[in-house]
Each structure stands twice: as C-alpha cells, then as structure tokens.
Design a protein around this ligand. Structure first.
Ligand code: FHN
Length: 576
C-alpha cells in the first residue's frame, strides 16, 4: 500500500532550521568537527517491518501505525511479541566506532509513543510491556561509555500516537485532548528519566515540533539545561530554540546553513526496518554524501534500522565496515577539518586541516587533467593518499594543473593532499568550469531577475523525502545568470534540469554562454501543483567554451504560466 500523509508539507512539522549556538560556542565544541555519526531507528515498528495483517506498507516503516491507521490498542499488541533477543549493544557501538562515527542517536520514543527504555511515566515501554524485559538504552549507554562514543536520544515530543492527549493520532482519538497534560505527565517526565538514568547525554534529538508553542519548547529546553547543562539540543525542538540545525530528512545541501549543523540520511528509503526496502545506497554514494556535507562544514548522521530481533541489516553492517576502512585511511582529511575556500568544485569537495588542503575526488576527469584553481603559486607538493610518489605540479598562471593516473588510486573516493595547502585567505571565492568534467550551475548560486529561489520537497513512496532547490516564478524576460571562469577550453553538451508542468509546456527560453546562443521550448515533464516533483535533464545543444571569464544566462522569452516552470540547474557535460 502507498499511503500519502494528510499534509504533504512535512516541513510544517519539522519547524524552521534555525539554531542558537554559533560554531564557536563551548557547548557545541565537540560537535563542530565530528563529521560522521550513527542514527538508529528502532521500536515496535521494526517487528512489523512494513507488514500488517497480510498487507504491505511501503515507505518509512516507523509510520506503519499511521499508514495503516491502526487503533492504538491494536498496535500496542506488537509489544507482546517484541523480543529482540539478538540485540547486542556492544556490537552496535563497536560497529559505529569502527565505522568512524563519533556520536550515536537512538530512538528513545518515536511517534508511536513506545518508550525503548524503562519508564515510570508510562507502562508502554520495552521493560514493562514486552517479553524482552531489558532496557536497551541502559545497555547502549554502558557500551558507549566503554567505547568513548557520545550518546544522544531521539524523542518525539509533539506526536505521540498512543496518547489521546498528544498530537498526531487523528484517526483514533477524535476528541480534543489535553496537550498540557501529556507534556506534564509523559513527555517531560520521560525526558527527565533520559537525563538522569543514563549518564552523560550528549544530545537530545527532538522531532516534528509541529505547532508546539514557544513556551513548551522553552520548557523542554529548561528541563534539559537543568539536568544536563552540556547536553546539545537539535533545531527540531521547535521555535528556533535548539542549539544546532538539523536539516530536512535526506537533505544534502548545496550551501551551508549558519552555525552548527547536521545532515541526516537513510541507508535505503526508510528509517525503521522494512522487509520491503532493498534500495541500499552504495558505499561510494554514502561516502560522497558524507564528503559533500563535510566540505560545507556539517556532520552526517546516517541511519541504520535494526530488525525486530535486534539485528542490524547485513547491507548496513557491510557498508559501515567499508566506510570505516576508508575513513581509517583518509580520516585526517575529514575529522577536525574545515571547509576550504574552494568549497566544492566540479571534481568534488575540499577541506583543510593542519595546513594541508584535501581534495575529495568524486569525479575523475576523462582527460586525466585535474585543475586546482587559484593555487598555482602556493602548492609545494601534491600526493594521493595511499599511493607512492608525488604528482608533478604544472603551474598554469594562477592555477595548478595535475596529471592524474589512468585509474583512481582508491576504489571508493580518492583523496589528494596538497602541501602547504592552506589556500591564501584572499583566494577569490568564484565559480570555475573544469575541462573534462561535468560542471553544474545550480539554482542557489544564480543572480536572478524576475524569478526567485525556491525549494521543492516531496515524497516518492511515503516519508522518503527528496529536495530540490529551484528557480521559480518565471515572468516574461526573467533571467538567471552565473559568472565563472573556464580553466581550459573545451566542448560540452549544455543541458537543463527542470520541471515543466502542463501549463508551461512550450514556454520559450534563450540561453547564452560565451559566444554560444541556444533557444529552446520548455517540454512538459510531468509534475504539477501538489504533486511529486518530476524534474528531468533535457539536452539543449553543443557549446564551445574558450579559456577565460564568461557568463551563463538563461532568459525567458515567452512564459505560458509563470509558476509552472522550475529550473534546478544547467549542466555542462564533456562532449566526448
Ligand atoms: O516522522 C519522522 C520520521 O519517522 C523520522 O524519524 C525522521 C528522521 O528525521 N523524522 C521525522 C520526519 O522528519
């Protein structure tokens, strides 16, 4: 079954991604350069694994109770057979540590209202309501303390589908509840339990604050500050009161938010375990997402969804082992490293630490020439991690050119270390077109007139969020421009990734880049108001670019419906 939520706009539930702490603040010091962490979604839903009474529920499995509109009493029956005898806290924590993860966040209570810890505030908890009878959070806390892994607890403070007084369960509890009573008698006492029974808690990870009042968010924050003043709180506390920003689900940003932040991601398309979901991201895909987040200064919180028996899915175990081995070889390029002024280039991400500059090569140039803009004069040495010998430094004016081997030295992501590396502070932050690589001109970096930057967020199955920054609201003669420098002349296919709804089909555009001019009609892609986004890459034509400064300009010539064309990016693909 594929059940869509009543509101397609989960961002209303997430709250604004703003936070209080600056990256320099003392409380957040440990969090700043942490880079990689483990998220664990585990609860009664893991036992159901996407099935209920012979039916399949695709999408995020921890929302089963919602998707199947299960009465609270029926869902609670899952507790009677929840017996995760294979659970081994040490094994999970060791895996996280070996994978190079520096903190762990586990669901203490998800929206289903079931506490995965011993609670005096509600008998609907793993110790009192299941045959298992153990407290996994206590075991995880002990294992984390032993291994030096920081521990955080996920807590759904607003939605609790088990409670008539809380938010979220509109199919079962129709009469208005007493939300204050729920906060007073369950949420706040349980948060106090989490802060007093499990040793130092590094962070409390709230979720879906919905329309929680500012006073309620403040009250929860005060509770946390009272019991554990050093405990961090994420922005999903609501009302802008958290310490650091949690981005949207599965959002890998193109630009960094202010202050401390974390991107959160799934290994497949669900948080809680689903027997229906085999769409695992590969080690290279996960690593490139980690690198993209790190090159903007964020942390990457990657989820695993253990089964009802308490086992981590084998694909997750394998991928974490591979990433851990990679981080063991390349860790100094990420941990404690800061974004470099080069940020992200066509070939990948960059970081800087200890006077070195690290280039994470997510694309391998087809002509084996790698250009490092702006650093021609300063670099003394370039070498690949794990490879013999230095690369020859070929200076091209202010730029550096390196001749790469035929094959990347690392099967996953190859990392180049440049020495002394710390790029000149006055290195101009600008865009470059790299020969032999796919170069993208994305919406957030455009200078716009007559259109504006917007964001599309949508679900494919259910709860598996996708995000796209777009330029929207195109009026007649609207234009988007990107200035850049072509590092070496090359020929490219120019394409556009856009969504065009039926109303805008046939709208006309002109694109100029250097001396090239192309016109094109926007072609219907699918999609529409309130529907899933259906952006497509459409090839516009061949362009030749000489070395030097240039501008790419996309201009509307005739727009049929100005809210029905959404441009995500223009793309240059080497013409080979
Ligand atoms: O509704 C939850 C979802 O189940 C999951 O826990 C994610 C993780 O960020 N948070 C909410 C949706 O954003």
């Amino acid at each position: 079954m594929n059940t869509r939520p009543e509101s397609d706009n989960m961002s209303d539930l997430w709250g604004a991604p703003v936070a209080q702490a600056s990256a320099e603040g003392a409380r957040g010091a440990w969090f700043r350069d942490t880079r990689f962490a483990m998220f664990i979604h585990w609860g009664l839903y893991s036992e159901a694994a996407g099935h209920w009474q012979g039916r399949d529920y695709h999408g995020i499995a921890e929302w089963l109770m919602y998707s199947a509109r299960l009465p609270a009493a029926d869902y609670a029956q899952l507790a009677t057979c929840f017996n995760p005898v294979d659970f081994d806290a040490q094994e999970w924590v060791r895996l996280a540590v070996d994978a190079g993860m520096k903190y762990l966040v586990v669901t203490a209570k998800h929206h289903d209202g079931f506490a995965m810890f011993k609670s005096s505030a509600s008998a609907f908890n793993i110790v009192d309501a299941t045959p298992f009878g153990r407290d996994p959070l206590a075991e995880l806390a002990a294992a984390c303390a032993a291994e030096g892994l920081k521990l955080g607890f996920y807590y759904s403070q607003y939605q609790d589908w088990h409670e008539p007084d809380a938010a979220g369960n509109t199919w079962d509890f129709t009469a208005p509840g007493d939300f204050d009573r729920y906060l007073r008698e369950k949420a706040r006492p349980q948060i106090e339990e989490l802060l007093t029974n499990y040793g130092p808690v590094a962070l409390i990870w709230f979720d879906t604050p919905g329309d929680l009042s500012r006073a309620d968010s403040q009250d929860l924050l005060d509770t946390i500050r009272h019991f554990q003043p050093d405990c961090l709180v994420n922005s999903r506390l609501g009302n802008g009161l958290g310490d650091y920003v949690t981005l949207g689900d599965q959002e890998i940003p193109l630009t960094a938010p202010e202050g401390l932040w974390e991107a959160i991601d799934t290994h497949n398309d669900t948080w809680g375990f689903s027997a229906l979901d085999h769409n695992w991201k590969s080690p290279r895909e996960l690593l490139s997402r980690l690198v993209r987040v790190a090159s903007l200064g964020g942390n990457y919180l990657l989820n695993v969804g253990p089964t009802g028996r308490g086992r981590l899915p084998e694909p997750s175990v394998q991928v974490l082992r591979e990433i851990g081995a990679w981080l063991h070889r390349h860790g100094e390029s990420l941990y404690g490293a800061r974004p470099s002024p080069l940020l992200q280039q066509a070939w990948g991400g960059t970081t800087t630490a200890g006077g070195k500059l690290y280039l994470h090569l997510l694309q391998w140039p087809n002509n084996r020439e790698l250009w490092v803009p702006g650093l021609g004069a300063t670099v003394q040495r370039a070498r690949f991690f794990g490879a013999e010998g230095d690369l020859a430094l070929l200076r091209e004016g202010e730029h550096l050119r390196l001749e790469l081997p035929d094959r990347p030295p690392d099967d996953l992501v190859s990392v180049l270390e440049l020495t002394p590396g710390a790029p000149a502070a006055d290195l101009p932050v600008r865009a470059y077109v790299h020969p032999g690589l796919v170069n993208e001109f994305t919406a957030p970096f455009a200078r716009v007139q007559g259109c504006q930057l917007g964001r599309r967020s949508w679900m494919e199955k259910f709860g598996d969020w996708h995000h796209l920054d777009v330029l929207e609201g195109w009026t007649a003669a609207a234009a988007a421009e990107w200035d850049f420098m072509v590092l070496a002349a090359d020929r490219f296919h120019l394409s556009a990734e856009y969504e065009c709804w039926a109303e805008a089909d046939g709208s006309e555009f002109e694109v100029t880049i250097g001396d090239n001019r192309l016109t094109f009609p926007a072609l219907y892609t699918g999609g529409g108001e309130g529907l899933r986004t259906r952006a497509r890459e459409v090839c516009l034509g061949l362009v030749e670019l000489p070395t030097g400064d240039a501008t790419l300009c996309l201009r509307a010539l005739e727009v049929q419906a100005n809210n029905a064309f959404l441009l995500a990016k223009l793309i240059l693909t080497p013409f080979v």
